[in-house]
Each structure stands twice: as structure tokens, then as C-alpha cells.
Design a protein around this ligand. Structure first.
Ligand code: ZN
Length: 420
């Protein structure tokens, strides 16, 4: 595997010839500078520089819209814990006191690079903002994002992991984080004590979002307890503030444990309020349901019901070898496969929903519009596979042959297998 940093972005023309396009047709993609100039049969034939797609599937690069880059790869530095969400937060809490900017920066950079190698060029990272680590995690991730600006684009979310009311001082730090590089307001209302504090937490987050004209992306109801229902409060606040289309909710595990009446109502509310749901099955399969015996709850939200109701559902990596989750490498193809298992996405049509969950759905949450995709006028963030269809790409799990960021090749992988 090789990773190349983009230096100069002069408007050279290159082509990817004879690839399978996302709609299943065969054609070329002509790239000029950072952009896709044209897509279709023969459009790349006159260009000197080109790559033979050999019929392989060409996709827009993945977007990992829910990852915690400040915590990645920290697992070896943590004390062992009981495997629960509470245990993980506690273990990281202890380590967070001793964070230094360079350590966060190194770990974050390693996962951004590994993400690019596996086809992701946009990442949205929650970063802890609290009175334990202050703004050190933010500074580390912002520095890593800047180090990697030639190979990927990183958005930063100011995330109050320790609560806002439970952690006096966090609200001011959140505002400071928005001044220092965060562009999205995070939240975690279910972490507060009681409904009044949960509502106040949500109100404070939207207040901040209004002040900075920022989108909101919260951790919501990451619990096995079906009575944990802050999602309904987020829907209410979204509509009250007119923030429709600008709100994302992550995890939403407890929705699966709630009754169907509540689920139907709140799912309809999410649809109405233009809320995107990010499910993170890879992490929640490992961390939820720890106290169950027999039929263990798996912590995955009602993915198929949400999709059927027209709510956009994305999948995120969430964690990479941190206190919550021991595996992961920023590989959204792996995330799509595990999520397809967890959410029963098995028909060809459903498998394409898993693809949308790591491409077009997060693109909509980011409000990228026509700048995303394998289409003329889009930014040329692309990836080319050897396999010729998405079900085969998903099943085989081979990394992309090549990845482009802003029109330039940034990663290449050659896989050699021999049967002897
Ligand atoms: Zn998360």
C-alpha cells in the first residue's frame, strides 16, 4: 500500500478509462484539476494520462461521518475495564488527564491515513470537549487534519463526552472549541441526569449551533434501556429552531428496545425534521447488551424501519482500537459489511442501501450537493476497485486499487494472492 500526499493541484487532465460506473454502465471518467469534467463512454480517450479501469467498479470515495479521532489507537494505554459504555468512558477519562497534543495528533493521523488507504477521503470526527482534557484533544485532531489536508478532509465536532450540566465549565469550552476549529456542534443528552437536564443540554447545544450557524451532530440514546428517549426531544428542538436538514443523531441504540408506538412516532418525527441517523454497528455490537444473557441485545438501532420510513441512515466507524472497541482501521468497506450483517441488509437492493450509508447519505448530511459523486462537476474524490459490482466489492473486501482526493491519486494498493 502506498500513500501519496497532494502537493500541486494544477489543472492537469487525467482519465480513468473503461470502469463500471455506480449506475452499472461502463464508461470513462475525465478529471480536470480537482473536478470530474465528464463521465461516459469514450470521454477519456483523447487524454494522455490515464488509468485502465479494466471494468472495475468506480465509486465516490467513502465518507466516515462518525469517528472519534482523539481516542483512536489509545487502547494499549488504558486500564482494562468491564467492557460497558460506562466502563470505557471511565477508562478514557483517566487517560484524558494525561493527553498531550502530539500524542493525539500522531494517533489521529495514523487513522486518517489508514482511512484514505481504504477509500475514505472525508471524515467527521467527534472530539471530546470537557474539563478533563480541555481543548487538548481538539488541538491534536485539528493539527492532524492539517497534516493530512493533502489526502483527506476532516470536519471536527465539539463533543461534550462528560455531559454539559454534569461537567460545569464544558459549555464555555464548547464555545471555545467552535472558535478554534470545530465546525459542528456535538452533544450527548442521555448522559445527563433526568429529563429536565437532558432538555437543557439539547437547548444549550442548539443555542451554540445558532450562534455559530453550525450543523448539529449528537450522540443520542446510546443505551440498551428503551425508556431513554432523548431522540424525541432532539426532534422537537430541531423543528422549534427551524434546523431541519441540519441535524444528525448518532447511535440511537435504545430505539430498538423502546415500544413500537414510540418508535413509529419518533421515526416519523425524524423524517419530518430531516434528521440523519448514523448507526455504528461495529462498535455497538461489541459494547451494548453486556448485561444480557441468552438473546443478547446488539445495540443496533432500527435501521431497516428508519430506511423504510425514508429517514437517511448512514454507517460510521465510530471507534478504532480505543476503550470502547478493540478493532477497526477506518475501513468503511468493513463497516458496511458488518453493518449489513447487523441490520439484515442482504438483498442486492439492501446491499446498495449499505453502500449509500457510507457514501451518498453522509454526503447529504454534509450538504455537499452536486459536489459529491461520480458526476460532472463533482469534486474528484474517487476510488476504483478490481471487482465489477458493489455486491462483489462488499463480499470480497479487497481494498480499492486506487483512491483519488481532489483529482489526484493519493493511495494505491496491490493485492497478490497465489494458490500453491
Ligand atoms: Zn460515537
Amino acid at each position: 500500500m502506498t500513500l501519496r500526499r497532494v502537493g500541486d493541484t494544477r489543472a492537469v487532465r487525467t482519465a480513468i478509462r473503461d470502469a463500471t460506473l455506480p449506475d452499472g454502465s461502463r464508461g470513462d471518467v475525465l478529471i480536470e484539476g480537482e473536478q470530474v469534467l465528464a463521465v461516459g463512454p469514450g470521454v477519456g480517450s483523447r487524454v494522455e494520462h490515464g488509468l485502465d479501469g479494466a471494468g472495475g467498479l468506480l465509486l465516490p470515495a467513502y465518507i466516515d461521518t462518525h469517528v472519534h479521532l482523539d481516542k483512536v489507537l489509545i487502547r494499549d494505554q488504558l486500564v482494562e475495564h468491564d467492557g460497558t459504555l460506562q466502563g470505557a468512558i471511565g477508562a478514557i477519562h483517566a487517560a484524558k488527564h494525561d493527553y498531550d497534543v502530539d500524542d493525539v495528533r500522531r494517533r489521529a493521523r495514523a487513522v486518517i491515513e489508514s482511512s484514505v488507504l481504504t477509500g475514505t477521503t472525508r471524515l467527521r470526527s467527534h472530539v471530546d470537549v470537557d474539563t478533563v482534557g480541555g481543548l487538548v484533544p481538539l488541538e491534536g485532531v485539528v493539527a492532524a487534519a492539517s497534516d493530512c489536508a493533502g489526502i483527506a478532509e476532516v470536519q471536527v465536532i465539539a463533543f461534550p463526552q462528560e455531559g454539559i450540566l454534569r461537567d460545569p465549565g464544558a459549555a464555555a469550552l464548547m464555545a471555545a472549541a467552535m472558535e478554534k476549529g470545530a465546525t459542528v456542534v456535538g452533544g450527548m443528552p442521555h448522559w445527563e441526569d433526568g429529563e429536565a437536564d437532558q432538555r437543557e443540554h439539547i437547548r444549550l447545544c442548539f443555542e451554540l449551533a445558532t450562534r455559530f450557524d453550525a450543523d448539529v451532530d449528537m450522540h443520542v440514546d446510546e443505551s440498551d434501556d428503551g425508556s431513554v428517549r432523548t431522540l424525541a426531544m432532539v426532534v422537537e428542538e430541531t423543528e422549534r429552531r427551524g434546523w431541519q436538514g441540519r441535524v444528525t443523531v448518532g447511535h440511537v441504540c435504545s430505539l430498538s428496545a423502546a415500544d413500537d408506538d414510540y418508535a413509529d412516532t419518533v421515526i416519523a418525527g425524524c423524517r419530518r425534521a430531516g434528521i440523519t441517523v448514523v448507526s455504528n454497528p461495529v462498535t455497538n455490537l461489541v459494547i451494548q447488551g453486556r448485561a444480557d444473557r441468552g438473546l443478547v441485545r446488539r445495540g443496533t438501532t432500527r435501521v431497516r424501519e428508519l430506511m423504510a420510513a425514508g429517514v437517511p441512515v448512514a454507517f460510521g466507524q465510530d471507534c478504532v482500537k480505543d476503550g470502547f472497541y478493540p478493532f477497526g482501521r477506518g475501513d468503511m468497506l468493513e463497516v458496511a459489511l458488518v453493518s449489513a450483517h447487523a441490520a439484515h441488509l442482504a438483498t442486492v437492493e439492501e446491499q446498495h442501501l449499505a453502500l449509500a450509508a457510507v457514501t451518498t447519505v453522509p454526503a447529504t448530511a454534509w450538504r455537499l450537493g452536486p459536489t459529491y459523486g461520480v458526476t460532472a462537476g463533482a469534486r474528484a474524490d474517487l476510488q476504483l476497485y478490481a471487482a465489477t459490482s458493489w455486491p462483489e466489492v462488499l463480499r470480497r473486501q479487497d481494498p480499492p486499487r486506487q483512491v483519488w482526493f481532489r483529482g489526484r491519486p493519493v493511495a494505491r494498493t496491490t493485492v497478490t494472492r497465489e494458490l500453491l
